[in-house]
Design a protein around this ligand. Structure first.
Ligand code: PCA
Length: 159
């Protein structure tokens, strides 16, 4: 562990814009944000609805376990500083919530990881297509800096 790295190591499962090749991946790799290390590709042990919602095409796992797919993503090891910065990006606990879930690795191991998900959501979001794996190509993701300031993110979920 390098001298710059703070305290605990935490495992996070990312399935959306934080994955490699996706628009927020830079957040995970920027050294000023803390330490992160890619561990493996993986998927949720529990099925969840993964949808793309709002006018900004934001990917969400909705807290409706048992519905949808075993969602594909990537596991990272992060330090406290990076974890705190991921909370900033995801606007936890105002926008995304997070919880520990069982994640199945490529080697069929089950490990506990944090994942960001939406706990309070309008039922209408469940009528969207459930994805097994996110990518931002078909429905381009809109960066926060380009969003309308007057629209409260949470109020925008059913747009
Ligand atoms: N960022 C987090 C949650 C959804 C998103 O876009 C992630 O990639 O896991």
């Amino acid at each position: 562990m390098s001298a710059k790295m703070s305290g605990n190591l935490i495992k996070v499962f990312v399935y959306g814009t934080l994955k490699r090749g996706e628009p927020n991946h830079h957040w995970l790799t920027r050294p000023e944000n803390g330490h992160s290390r890619f561990l493996c590709e993986a998927q949720t042990v529990v099925k969840f609805p993964l949808v793309i919602g709002t006018r900004y095409n934001i990917p969400f796992i909705l807290n409706k376990p048992g519905v949808g797919h075993n969602v594909h993503g990537e596991v990272y090891e992060v330090d406290d500083t990076m974890f705190a910065n991921l909370d900033v990006l995801e606007d936890y606990p105002n926008y995304y919530d997070r919880e520990i879930q069982q994640i199945k690795t490529e080697n069929n191991e089950h490990i506990d990881c944090w994942l960001y998900l939406i706990k309070q959501f309008p039922e209408k979001l469940l009528s969207k297509r459930y994805l097994e794996k996110y990518n931002s190509e078909a429905l381009p993701y809109c960066e926060r800096s380009e969003r309308l300031p007057e629209v409260k993110a949470k109020d925008d979920m059913t747009y």
